[in-house]
Design a protein around this ligand. Structure first.
Ligand SMILES: Nc1ncnc2c1ncn2[C@@H]1O[C@H](COP(=O)(O)OP(=O)(O)O)[C@@H](O)[C@H]1O
Ligand SMILES: N[C@@H](CC(=O)OP(=O)(O)O)C(=O)O
Length: 458
């Protein structure tokens, strides 16, 4: 049995949904289907999830939300009209959409989560109706009925282990089960969404919970490339990669697969196949355990970059001798309820790297003051503009000189490296650079490893 997840770009229009129907039809093993909300139809378009965020904000602020409701409803209507569905499905969708504005929520975060989840919820109802109308028996599955239980934050949920026991009770038969991605329910019955891009997580949870043979993740590119295709022209295709390579690359910017989504797949040892809805016969990229991947001839599998970071740099002489210094620092972070991403250190220096998207300016100011007062560093600097480059490959640990080649490719082009961290995972090299240099750094490293003849000719 296969779980198939379709991303927002695959469900953006009636024409796209038609391709999805053909993909489901082509393989009777594709019995569990996960939907995203309708995504962008063209460059500059707005995803339904973003329209729902706008709707939620307008309701919270008491401003006119009607045009937004119409814009969202039109997206579902476009698909419904394409298949000439009877009016009942669209009416149901419109009722659920409109009812949100008058529903009471315990606070703004719960309201936001419930609004956002409706993008996938309504699309799953619609897709199930389209499948039935096309002669493919299908049933909409509410995550509440299926027992997808979550905890954590309303807009950044974590799956609860009980989910897997609940899903094991489901027996997918010939009727295709259509699940909305992106959200689950708390044991108290509240909707919590996963992080953005989280329909990938739902697909992985279902793959593990239902012991799928394969998790197919359909998107709008032929494969996962060795570098972001918006940064490098026609990058090489990755045919096969390991779970941990995917985890590191998606964390550091390969947005094609959400970075937390690999975890349930690893736990269930379900292979993942990323494929193209617009070209389903292309083999795509297969993501599997490490032992099936290692290729001594090519140390690097991919190069990712992300500008979403900031760093706190701290210098104090004899830091290495001071017992409990890092503990005090971590206690400050806990007081502010802040998690950090990385903490590379020297003898007298420490850099703490944060995900900037999780911090606001007031918190940063208060945090820096607290660190100054509690730890009296000789020097403290908040570096707002920080990018991380991640060079990833199972072969790195076995190839002497890889790090030297990475550094040379940057220094030869005057790209300053603020931090290098190799070792912890043994399959990646992490570099800190200024955001303005990030794309260029990826291009240079890519050329060194994937187009060496072009480097020599420059
Ligand atoms: N290394 C990469 N390989 C392939 N796609 C990538 C990579 N890095 C970033 N992307 C982008 O990810 C996009 C697909 O992800 P996303 O927009 O979330 O799709 P979906 O709508 O299917 O969820 C691609 O169109 C591509 O631009
Ligand atoms: N619709 C949600 C969840 C998701 O996974 O979407 P997509 O498959 O379009 O990345 C979002 O935009 O975050």
């Amino acid at each position: 049995m296969k779980v198939v997840k379709f991303g927002g770009s695959s469900l953006a229009t009636g024409q796209q949904v038609n391709k999805v129907i053909n993909i489901i039809k082509a393989d009777p093993d594709r019995r569990v289907v996960v939907t995203s909300a309708p995504g962008k139809r063209f460059a500059g378009d707005i995803k339904v999830t973003d329209l729902l965020i706008q709707y939620a904000t307008q309701v919270q602020q008491g401003s006119d939300y009607q045009p937004t409701v119409t814009a969202i409803s039109d997206r579902y209507q476009e698909i419904s009209d394409y298949f000439e569905l009877p009016a009942t499905t669209l009416t149901l969708i419109q009722q659920k959409l409109t009812a949100l504005a008058t529903t009471t929520f315990s606070d703004d975060d719960h309201l936001m989560a419930a609004f956002k989840a409706h993008g996938e919820l309504l699309n799953a109802i619609l897709l199930a109706a389209v499948l039935n109308q096309q002669g493919i028996p299908a049933k909409f599955m509410d995550p509440r009925t299926a027992g997808i239980l979550v905890t954590g934050q309303p807009n950044d949920a974590d799956v609860l282990p009980a989910t897997y026991a609940n899903l094991a009770q489901l027996q997918p038969q010939d009727t295709r089960l259509v699940f909305p991605g992106f959200f689950g329910y708390t044991p108290d019955g509240d909707i919590y969404t996963f992080a953005r891009g989280g329909s990938d997580i739902t697909g992985a949870i279902l793959s593990r919970g239902l012991s799928a043979d394969l998790y197919e993740n359909f998107t709008d590119v032929d494969a996962i490339y060795a570098a972001n295709n918006h940064v490098v022209d026609h990058p090489a295709v990755i045919q096969k990669m390991s779970y941990r390579e995917m985890r590191e690359l998606s964390y550091a910017g390969f947005s094609v697969f959400q970075d937390e989504a690999i975890i349930p797949a690893v736990q269930g040892q379900v292979p993942v196949n990323v494929k193209n809805t617009n070209n389903p016969s292309a083999p795509g990229t297969l993501i599997v355990p490490s032992q099936f991947v290692f290729n001594p001839a090519s140390p690097i599998t991919g190069i990712a970059s992300s500008n979403r970071f900031s760093a706190l740099y701290l210098h104090r002489y004899l830091l290495n001798k001071e017992v409990g210094f890092t503990l005090k620092l971590l206690e400050i972070f806990r007081r502010y309820n802040i998690s950090y991403e990385h903490m590379p250190s020297g003898i007298d220096d420490l850099t703490i790297i944060f995900d900037r998207s999780k911090l606001d300016s007031a918190t940063i100011k208060a945090l820096c003051n607290d660190v100054r007062q509690t730890l009296a560093p000789d020097y403290l600097e908040w570096i707002d503009d920080y990018a991380i480059i991640m060079v990833v490959g199972e072969g790195i640990a076995h190839n002497i000189g890889t790090i030297g080649k990475v550094i040379d490719s940057l220094t030869e082009h005057n790209i300053a490296i603020h931090m290098i961290n190799q070792g912890a995972s043994r399959i990646s090299i992490m570099l800190g650079v200024q955001s303005k240099d990030a794309d260029n750094a990826v291009r240079r490293i890519y050329q060194t490893f994937f187009q060496p003849s072009e480097v020599t000719n420059q």
